[in-house]
Design a binder for this molecule. Structure first.
Ligand code: IFM
Length: 459
């Protein structure tokens, strides 16, 4: 039974409940925080273009300025250091490195990330670099984007250039963030860039993204022999809406696309046969050797956990005749996502039971609420703090039961550009006033800071 977030007594939890070498981080991504879209020779990304489409972004905004992190990064890294983090997850804007087709890598882009990495190391923050967090260069989209196999090779080249340049200092590499979102939000639902709505394209894109992960790994390992490399997946614990066989079967199908479509090939099983059979007309072109490349061993599995889903049979609903139903009487974030700390443990246990997987890092977990700045300038986001406390307690309990989880990255260090939701959804431990760019640590951030300073914590 899912506990409600407003249960009266949040669990007591201390950093000392976790291993001494546990990693404590915050995560961000380039397009969501950097701004500076015309600075340093950056080219356009698919998100710059997508944001120009009327109605694409809820508040009509874009990441053109975002948190202006491109210019304010020292202050932001100071925030991470002052929180007591020992790791920081960030991503590289591919169009800063390859702004134009066929051009040589842009030295200004490489220098920016070089300074950023140096800034992390100076502050005791272990850099966790994500190569792709959704900002594909527009010039690659104009050649077909992730639907084209050439983009796979362009990504491998990008991985090679970035790892050759930063690999002397960056040892932790994440190839892709949430390939499900790239494929399904971006190419089936059309709610993310590039705004395509075609299931067949989405499955081909998912395959190319996974293949590009597989081809990037050897490039990273060649440049960084002591690299730890992996991928970050958005995964969900699922349950059927009822005991009816139709709902149970629908849940299995939904799992096949949500979770297994990515976990299976990464773990050497190829694409799930049940989904391939059902979607035969839309199946991706998979060439000889692709599945072997995708299944190359990794050093960790990044798990982004936000919410569970309840699934019911939905006759006729594309693509798999399955739909998500809302559980009643549960706490939900401002996004409507169910707050379910127990789901984190259930998800980790399921992955470890079903797959011979590498150690897990929680590479994202967080929540959005309608934050209010008080008259005293404080942001009393007790719901986000409770969310954090309860998810960390669930993580601690899961590790105590034997799960191999080595680190946790809160999403996010800063309020930022939340994709199709623009600036209407705040996920930060730090409040950003987007008019003035003032940063203020929220109560949740204050709690995380106290927790990381080894003080015994009561939620
Ligand atoms: O903001 C996103 C992030 O870019 C990817 N994972 C989920 C977050 C919250 O929606």
């Amino acid at each position: 039974m899912t506990k409600k977030i407003h249960d009266p007594a949040p669990p007591a939890i201390a950093r000392s409940d976790f291993a001494r070498d546990f990693l404590w981080g915050c995560a961000t991504s380039s397009y969501q925080i950097e701004g500076g879209v015309r600075a340093g020779g950056r080219g356009d990304s698919i998100w710059d273009r997508f944001c120009e489409q009327p109605g694409a972004i809820r508040d009509g905004s874009s990441g053109a300025v975002a948190c202006d992190h491109y210019h304010r990064w020292p202050e932001d890294l100071d925030l991470g250091r002052d929180l007591g983090l020992n790791a920081y997850r960030f991503s590289i804007a591919w169009p800063r490195i390859f702004p134009e087709p066929g051009a040589r890598p842009n030295p200004q882009g490489l220098d920016f990330y070089s300074r950023l990495v140096d800034g992390m190391l100076e502050r005791g923050l272990q850099p966790w670099l994500t190569l792709y967090h959704w900002d594909l260069p527009q010039h690659l989209q104009e050649r077909g984007g992730w639907n084209e196999r050439d983009t796979v090779h362009a990504f491998a080249e990008f991985a090679d250039v970035v790892s050759a340049h930063l690999g002397d200092r960056v040892k932790h590499w994440i190839t892709h963030n949430e390939p499900w979102c790239t494929a399904i939000h971006g190419h089936f639902e059309g709610v993310h860039a590039p705004g395509v709505k075609d299931f067949r394209t989405a499955l081909q894109v998912a395959h190319h993204v996974l293949l590009s992960h597989g081809l990037a790994l050897p490039a990273i390992r060649a440049n960084v022999p002591d690299a730890q490399a992996g991928i970050a997946l958005s995964l969900h614990p699922l349950s059927a809406a009822s005991d009816r066989p139709e709902d149970i079967a629908a849940c299995v199908r939904h799992d096949g696309l949500r979770n297994r479509w990515f976990l299976d090939p990464l773990h050497g099983r190829g694409y799930p046969a049940d989904i391939l059979e059902r979607c035969a007309a839309d199946a991706p072109a998979v060439l000889a050797g692709d599945l072997e490349a995708i299944a190359a061993p990794t050093d960790f599995l990044g798990v982004n956990y936000y919410f569970p889903e309840i699934i019911a049979h939905a006759p006729g609903a594309a693509p798999l005749e399955a739909r998500v139903v809302a559980r009643e009487d549960v706490a939900r974030t401002a996004f409507g996502w169910e707050v379910a700390p127990d789901g984190l443990g259930a998800l980790i246990r399921r992955i470890e039971a079903d797959y011979d997987c590498a150690p897990i890092y929680i590479t994202e977990n967080g929540s959005t609420w309608d934050d209010v700045v008080g008259a005293d300038g404080q942001i009393d986001d007790h719901q986000r703090r409770d969310y954090l406390v309860r998810h960390l307690a669930a993580l601690r309990d899961t590790i105590a039961q034997g799960s191999r989880v080595k680190g946790y990255f809160a999403w996010s260090l800063l309020d930022n550009f939340e994709w199709a939701e623009g600036y209407t959804r705040r996920f930060g431990l730090t409040h950003v006033d987007f008019a003035t760019q003032q940063r203020r640590l929220k109560r949740s951030g204050q709690w995380y800071r106290a927790f990381l300073k080894l003080e015994p914590q009561q939620g």
